[in-house]
Design a protein around this ligand. Sequence first.
Ligand SMILES: [Zn+2]
Ligand SMILES: [Zn+2]
Length: 290
Amino acid sequence: MLTDYHLHLRSDALDATAQEHYSPANVERYRTAARERGIAELGVSEHVYRFTQALDLWRHPFWEQYAHDDLDHYCGFVREQTDLRLGIETDFVPGAEDRTANLLERRDFDYVVGSVHFMREGAVDMGEYSAWDSGLSAEEIWRRYFRTLGEAAGSGLFDVLAHPDLVKWWGAERPLPEGDLRRYYELAIEGIAETGIAVEVSTAGLRKRAGEIYPAPAFLEMCLEVGASVALSSDAHRPQDVGADYEQALAMLSELGVGELCVFDRRVRRLEPIGASETSTPGPSGAGRA
Ligand SMILES: [Zn+2]
Ligand SMILES: [Zn+2]
């Protein structure tokens, strides 16, 4: 089985409408791309801050700008008009744990992807509201990012921990702490161990300035040591990125001895052996890619 659970049906453009992206035709474009790459298990996890209900969790100006859709309309569309797993990408908002739990528990998600894009000091992955403009050193930003990630993992709110070292998003365009980075990863490990949250291996970092898979192999290795299991995703925001660069992710997983991936159904997790399904377009020999 191969999965792609962290998918967005819309682009990040502010003017991308729900109408044009939450449609069976758009979903079919994602399905087709997945089929060509042997990915059988697909789920969508739209950003929570796209929905008006998210403003009960946080009224950050960035969220106020984006919160236009109705969450229940999205859930209804995915359940009734598609064969995708129903997920959501939910930011960890410290202090809003109860309200977050309430929002999530009232819908029948298959899984919840938990993210840290913002720390209290600002965002790590965008130019606006940037933590990198806060006057903190790279060391302090990395420390605070991984502490917040550990809090997110330990909160018990989420099934999957998204892009676990997103703080490297800018690559060489922002200062990188020196030396062995495991001293930062260590700050998140207790939270990861405590709840047994699945750790996302995401190829999205390869398409960003970071130019690397999230998380770094050393971080994933530490997660595996405390018993974490892996969820595999591309974080595609358009059909052509579904399953992008999975060869690299699968090579990394194989090197670290990971042979199974998490599969989710109504927030219950099971493990399935890694393997591509047969593609719908047989090769010259008549056999699909096994
Ligand atoms: Zn994200
Ligand atoms: Zn995402």
